[in-house]
Ligand binder design. Structure first.
Ligand SMILES: NC(=O)c1ccc[n+]([C@@H]2O[C@H](COP(=O)([O-])OP(=O)(O)OC[C@H]3O[C@@H](n4cnc5c(N)ncnc54)[C@H](OP(=O)(O)O)[C@@H]3O)[C@@H](O)[C@H]2O)c1
Length: 363
């Protein structure tokens, strides 16, 4: 990670080099694919790292996101509790933090900002990713004007003068890709955003954007994991590992060297609802029981929790998937980080896939 001055110099150089070129030409061909042996190295801390393709950003394979503290974004304790758990995640070795302008109605960014401010030099040791485009009332706004003002707000709340990554949070049916391109260029040139990406985007939506961008899209954050075998109703079990066209874009992202980030990897706020993979309810179906047993057996073998096995299953995938964990209890953060040291075998990985695939789809 560089200082802002270094970044501004890099940004100016990149703008000079990129002028008149396409996104593909501005990408660094020397960057290996995420998760390839060349990008998976031991970090100075406890956790292994990836280099995000098309960037100089080295991030831990687990990212911490503080979208929720309890179920209420208006909670008076949101900031204090977030600060505690963000610190715990950093103490575990996590150097990659995910937030968004809307999380906690701005309190998620304020909490992260407090942690950054409290430790001298921390800002340059961590990678901060925020998102914009979701507005109140179910409105998605990727207009240039909104992107620009949203970033100003995020920078202010975070108390920093640059974001490492800005994601467009959700696809905008009214998107004007040229306008997005201009906003991205202006933000990059001004040194306010180093890299750009998307979230919940399909391959075609990414292609449409890429046609009009000078900046590479470096990440797509999507809902992914063993708990989301139902993500594409009607699709085969391959949907959770390869993606049905237009719904999940795992293979597409691999092809384009776009980092895949898996949100709600344990099922997020629906974790306790049936079918619960971490705990078979008394009335659970035989399929759910079998999946829970498989997870528990592997947890026993690897001496970690079933939740850590679910995360290790994502980490094992050669796409270099970065699970975004959202635990709000410190003991759960510690537990989740144990996934980083689990090495599943191919047989174990497929046993987990086979175990969840027959479970009846719910929603
Ligand atoms: N781009 C998007 O549209 C989008 C959407 C959703 C989320 N996100 C991002 O992804 C992050 C993570 O999402 P998430 O919170 O939904 O993910 P998650 O990590 O799948 O779910 C967190 C839930 O799992 C529980 N948990 C964690 N470890 C556990 C364990 N060992 N045993 C039992 N329960 C455990 C947590 O409990 P406790 O809270 O009690 O620890 C919490 O209820 C968010 O913070 C946000 O940054 C992005």
């Amino acid at each position: 990670m560089s200082t802002r001055r270094e970044f501004l110099t890099q940004a100016a150089l990149a703008t000079l080099m990129a002028s008149g070129t396409t996104q593909a030409a501005s990408a660094d061909p020397a960057q290996p694919a995420p998760g390839s042996p060349a990008t998976t190295t031991k970090s100075a801390g406890a956790l292994k790292t990836y280099t995000i393709p098309h960037t100089d950003l080295v991030v831990t394979r687990l990212c911490y996101g503080n979208a929720m503290i309890g179920s209420d974004w208006d909670s008076a304790d949101f900031i204090a509790q977030s600060v505690t758990v963000i610190r715990a995640a950093h103490e575990q070795g996590i150097t990659f933090f995910d937030t968004a302008d809307v999380y906690g109605k701005g309190k998620s960014e304020l909490a992260l900002g407090q942690v950054l401010k409290a430790t001298s030099g921390l800002r340059r040791q961590v990678v901060i990713q925020s998102k914009c485009s979701n507005r109140e009332g179910g409105v998605i706004d990727s207009s240039g004007e909104h992107i620009t003002s949203a970033v100003e707000g995020s920078l202010q709340r975070l108390g920093t003068d640059y974001l490492d990554i800005l994601l467009l949070h959700w696809p905008d049916s009214l998107i004007e890709p040229q306008e997005v391109g201009r906003a991205f260029d202006d933000l990059h040139r001004a040194g306010k955003v180093r890299h750009f990406g998307v979230s919940n985007y399909s391959p075609y939506q990414i292609e449409l954007l890429r046609k009009h961008l000078h900046q590479p899209l470096v990440a797509n954050q999507i809902q992914l994991g063993l708990a989301h075998w139902h993500t594409d109703p009607g699709a085969s079990k391959a949907a959770i590992t390869h993606g049905a066209e237009g719904v999940i874009s795992l293979d597409y992202c691999r092809l384009q060297d776009i980092q895949v980030q898996a949100y709600s990897p344990l099922k997020g706020s629906n974790i306790g609802k049936p079918p619960n993979l971490l705990n078979a309810a008394a009335d659970a179906t035989p399929e759910v029981r079998k999946a829970v047993d498989t997870l528990q057996d592997l947890a026993h073998t690897h001496e970690v929790s079933p939740a850590a096995i679910m995360l290790a299953w994502l980490l094992h995938h050669p796409a270099g998937i970065v699970p975004i964990i959202g635990a709000t209890k410190v003991e759960h953060v510690v537990d989740n980080c144990a996934a980083d040291r689990v090495q599943l075998s191919r047989a174990e990985w497929y046993a987990l896939l086979r175990a969840v695939a027959p479970i009846e789809q719910h929603t």
